[in-house]
Design a binder for this molecule. Structure first.
Ligand code: COA
Length: 154
């Protein structure tokens, strides 16, 4: 598997981006401003993440997804690890990733990769998404923001 940056001439894998974020409007907004990286096996796109600058020396992984049939094989972990290295290489000191209160597997994955829970943005998904999101039998209402200090890893 190789991970590479999407070039400006290529189309982004919208189906994968929408797996992680049901709002096409939001996806197109941050895709335009951020950098998208692709995980490929034999030239087939299996996963992606988008890194976006969100503040001084701060970046956020605003979207990450692995194709449904390829999930649970370690690709997501490799993408998160790649994003951490990329953010360090680009000189960011602080890296964030957000997920829903109902996204149990994602919370496990991000903490296994070294992120710590930083803050909760209450009602984020209620206020920013038109459709109600239900996951693992509960409503996705609050955004849990996890963070990592990259300076400490230098
Ligand atoms: N059940 C339990 N734990 C799971 C899991 C599952 N079905 N899927 C992932 N995990 C957890 C495990 O803790 C695993 O760690 P381990 O290997 O030490 O057991 C860890 O996540 C890494 O798993 P990995 O195989 O690398 O994840 P993945 O390739 O499936 O990618 C996502 C993870 C979240 C990117 C992927 O499932 C996905 O695309 N989901 C849909 C889109 C999405 O929700 N994106 C994130 C929005 S915040």
């Amino acid at each position: 598997m190789k991970i590479r940056e999407l070039s400006k001439k290529e189309n982004a894998p919208l189906d994968l981006l929408l797996l992680a974020d049901p709002s096409e409007e939001m996806v197109l907004t941050y895709l335009h401003r951020g950098s998208c990286f692709l995980a490929e096996i034999d030239d087939e796109i299996m996963g992606e993440y988008v890194l976006l600058e969100t503040g001084p020396q701060t970046a956020e992984i605003v979207n990450i997804a692995v194709a449904a049939e390829q999930q649970g094989k370690g690709i997501g972990k490799k993408l998160v690890t790649h994003a951490i290295s990329k953010a360090k290489e680009l000189g960011y000191h602080h890296l964030e990733i957000g997920t829903g209160n109902s996204s149990i597997h994602q919370l496990l994955l991000y903490q296994k990769c070294g992120f710590r829970i930083n803050r909760i943005e209450h009602n984020y998904f209620i206020n920013h998404y038109k459709e109600e999101i239900i996951e693992n039998g509960i409503r996705c209402s609050d955004k849990i923001v996890l963070a990592m200090e990259l300076k400490e890893l230098l």
